[in-house]
Design a protein around this ligand. Structure first.
Ligand SMILES: [Mg+2]
Length: 182
Protein backbone atom coordinates (compact mmCIF):
# COMPACT_ATOMS: atom_id res chain seq x y z
CA UNK A 1 0.00 0.00 0.00
CA UNK A 2 1.33 3.41 -0.89
CA UNK A 3 1.49 6.14 1.69
CA UNK A 4 -0.13 9.56 1.67
CA UNK A 5 0.82 12.26 -0.82
CA UNK A 6 2.46 15.45 0.44
CA UNK A 7 2.99 19.02 -0.64
CA UNK A 8 6.24 20.74 0.25
CA UNK A 9 5.57 24.44 0.09
CA UNK A 10 7.82 27.40 -0.26
CA UNK A 11 6.50 30.28 1.87
CA UNK A 12 7.36 33.66 0.31
CA UNK A 13 5.96 34.19 -3.18
CA UNK A 14 4.07 30.89 -3.00
CA UNK A 15 1.71 31.17 -0.02
CA UNK A 16 2.26 34.82 0.95
CA UNK A 17 3.39 37.89 -0.97
CA UNK A 18 7.16 38.18 -1.26
CA UNK A 19 8.39 41.47 0.19
CA UNK A 20 12.07 40.48 -0.17
CA UNK A 21 13.18 39.38 3.30
CA UNK A 22 9.65 39.53 4.63
CA UNK A 23 10.07 40.10 8.35
CA UNK A 24 7.22 42.19 9.75
CA UNK A 25 3.84 40.83 10.71
CA UNK A 26 2.09 43.68 8.88
CA UNK A 27 3.74 42.50 5.64
CA UNK A 28 2.02 39.13 5.79
CA UNK A 29 -0.55 38.94 3.04
CA UNK A 30 -1.90 35.67 1.67
CA UNK A 31 -1.83 35.22 -2.07
CA UNK A 32 -5.53 35.20 -3.06
CA UNK A 33 -7.06 31.73 -3.11
CA UNK A 34 -4.24 30.04 -1.19
CA UNK A 35 -6.33 29.47 1.91
CA UNK A 36 -9.10 27.76 -0.05
CA UNK A 37 -6.57 25.77 -2.10
CA UNK A 38 -4.83 24.43 1.00
CA UNK A 39 -8.18 23.45 2.53
CA UNK A 40 -8.97 21.49 -0.63
CA UNK A 41 -5.59 19.74 -0.38
CA UNK A 42 -6.24 18.79 3.25
CA UNK A 43 -9.66 17.37 2.33
CA UNK A 44 -7.95 15.27 -0.32
CA UNK A 45 -5.48 13.89 2.24
CA UNK A 46 -2.31 15.76 1.30
CA UNK A 47 0.18 16.22 4.13
CA UNK A 48 1.39 19.82 4.16
CA UNK A 49 4.90 21.04 4.98
CA UNK A 50 6.60 24.41 4.53
CA UNK A 51 10.26 24.62 3.59
CA UNK A 52 11.65 28.13 3.47
CA UNK A 53 15.09 29.67 2.91
CA UNK A 54 15.44 32.60 5.32
CA UNK A 55 18.95 33.91 4.84
CA UNK A 56 17.79 37.24 6.25
CA UNK A 57 18.30 35.67 9.68
CA UNK A 58 22.02 34.98 9.26
CA UNK A 59 22.47 38.20 7.27
CA UNK A 60 21.28 40.03 10.40
CA UNK A 61 18.30 41.59 8.60
CA UNK A 62 15.78 40.07 11.00
CA UNK A 63 15.69 37.73 14.00
CA UNK A 64 14.31 34.26 14.60
CA UNK A 65 11.65 35.91 16.77
CA UNK A 66 10.51 38.15 13.91
CA UNK A 67 10.49 35.18 11.54
CA UNK A 68 8.39 33.13 13.98
CA UNK A 69 5.97 36.03 14.46
CA UNK A 70 5.47 36.16 10.69
CA UNK A 71 4.71 32.44 10.61
CA UNK A 72 2.20 32.83 13.43
CA UNK A 73 0.47 35.64 11.53
CA UNK A 74 0.42 33.55 8.32
CA UNK A 75 -1.08 30.55 10.15
CA UNK A 76 -3.66 32.82 11.77
CA UNK A 77 -4.71 34.14 8.36
CA UNK A 78 -4.75 30.63 6.86
CA UNK A 79 -6.90 29.31 9.72
CA UNK A 80 -6.61 25.73 8.44
CA UNK A 81 -8.50 22.79 9.94
CA UNK A 82 -6.52 20.01 11.62
CA UNK A 83 -3.93 18.73 10.84
CA UNK A 84 -3.08 21.97 8.99
CA UNK A 85 0.59 22.54 8.25
CA UNK A 86 2.42 19.64 9.89
CA UNK A 87 5.88 21.21 10.06
CA UNK A 88 7.65 24.40 9.02
CA UNK A 89 11.38 24.19 8.35
CA UNK A 90 13.49 27.31 7.87
CA UNK A 91 17.09 27.37 6.67
CA UNK A 92 18.67 30.54 8.12
CA UNK A 93 22.02 30.25 6.33
CA UNK A 94 23.34 32.65 3.71
CA UNK A 95 24.06 31.13 0.29
CA UNK A 96 27.82 31.19 1.07
CA UNK A 97 27.44 29.24 4.31
CA UNK A 98 27.31 25.45 4.63
CA UNK A 99 23.74 24.29 5.23
CA UNK A 100 22.01 20.95 5.51
CA UNK A 101 18.55 22.20 4.71
CA UNK A 102 18.88 25.29 2.52
CA UNK A 103 17.09 24.66 -0.78
CA UNK A 104 17.97 23.20 -3.29
CA UNK A 105 18.94 20.64 -0.62
CA UNK A 106 16.43 17.76 -0.69
CA UNK A 107 17.24 16.76 2.88
CA UNK A 108 14.08 17.98 4.62
CA UNK A 109 11.85 16.45 1.94
CA UNK A 110 13.68 13.12 2.10
CA UNK A 111 13.49 13.06 5.90
CA UNK A 112 9.73 13.68 5.87
CA UNK A 113 9.13 11.07 3.15
CA UNK A 114 10.85 8.51 5.37
CA UNK A 115 9.25 9.69 8.61
CA UNK A 116 5.63 9.85 7.38
CA UNK A 117 5.81 7.07 4.79
CA UNK A 118 4.91 9.58 2.07
CA UNK A 119 4.35 8.46 -1.54
CA UNK A 120 6.95 10.42 -3.56
CA UNK A 121 5.18 9.73 -6.86
CA UNK A 122 2.14 11.77 -5.76
CA UNK A 123 4.07 14.50 -3.96
CA UNK A 124 5.19 17.95 -5.06
CA UNK A 125 7.41 20.86 -4.11
CA UNK A 126 5.99 24.22 -5.16
CA UNK A 127 7.66 27.62 -5.10
CA UNK A 128 8.70 30.67 -7.06
CA UNK A 129 12.47 30.15 -7.36
CA UNK A 130 14.85 27.74 -9.05
CA UNK A 131 16.07 26.56 -5.64
CA UNK A 132 12.53 25.38 -4.83
CA UNK A 133 12.10 23.43 -8.04
CA UNK A 134 15.54 21.88 -7.76
CA UNK A 135 14.89 20.82 -4.17
CA UNK A 136 11.88 18.85 -5.43
CA UNK A 137 13.85 17.45 -8.33
CA UNK A 138 16.73 16.47 -6.03
CA UNK A 139 14.29 14.68 -3.71
CA UNK A 140 12.73 12.72 -6.57
CA UNK A 141 9.32 14.37 -6.36
CA UNK A 142 7.60 16.67 -8.85
CA UNK A 143 8.07 20.43 -8.89
CA UNK A 144 5.65 23.26 -9.55
CA UNK A 145 6.93 26.71 -10.57
CA UNK A 146 4.76 29.65 -9.54
CA UNK A 147 4.81 33.01 -11.29
CA UNK A 148 3.35 34.68 -8.17
CA UNK A 149 6.72 35.56 -6.64
CA UNK A 150 10.26 36.42 -7.59
CA UNK A 151 10.76 34.13 -10.59
CA UNK A 152 12.61 35.85 -13.43
CA UNK A 153 11.69 35.15 -17.08
CA UNK A 154 14.96 33.23 -17.56
CA UNK A 155 14.16 31.11 -14.49
CA UNK A 156 10.78 30.19 -15.93
CA UNK A 157 12.38 29.34 -19.25
CA UNK A 158 14.72 26.98 -17.43
CA UNK A 159 11.78 25.53 -15.49
CA UNK A 160 10.00 24.83 -18.75
CA UNK A 161 13.10 23.17 -20.21
CA UNK A 162 13.40 20.97 -17.12
CA UNK A 163 9.77 19.93 -17.40
CA UNK A 164 8.53 21.61 -14.23
CA UNK A 165 4.84 22.55 -14.14
CA UNK A 166 4.48 26.33 -14.46
CA UNK A 167 1.42 28.12 -13.12
CA UNK A 168 0.29 31.64 -12.29
CA UNK A 169 -0.04 30.83 -8.62
CA UNK A 170 -0.62 28.06 -6.10
CA UNK A 171 -4.44 27.96 -6.45
CA UNK A 172 -4.10 27.53 -10.21
CA UNK A 173 -1.52 24.78 -9.62
CA UNK A 174 -3.90 22.92 -7.28
CA UNK A 175 -6.74 23.06 -9.80
CA UNK A 176 -4.65 22.13 -12.82
CA UNK A 177 -2.14 19.60 -11.47
CA UNK A 178 -4.02 18.08 -8.54
CA UNK A 179 -7.44 18.30 -10.19
CA UNK A 180 -9.11 19.68 -7.08
CA UNK A 181 -12.17 21.93 -7.12
CA UNK A 182 -12.63 24.66 -4.56
MG1 LIG B 1 9.87 32.01 -2.54
Amino acid sequence: MSGPPALFLDRDGNLIRDHHHTCREDQIELIPGVKEALRACLREGYLLFILTNQSGINRGIFTWEQYEACNRRMLELLDLPSPGILEIKAAPERPDEPSLYRKPSPRFILEKIAQYGIDPARSWMTGDRISDWEAGFNAGIRSGAMRSGAARPEDLLQAAQQGFAIHADFPEFVRAELGLKF
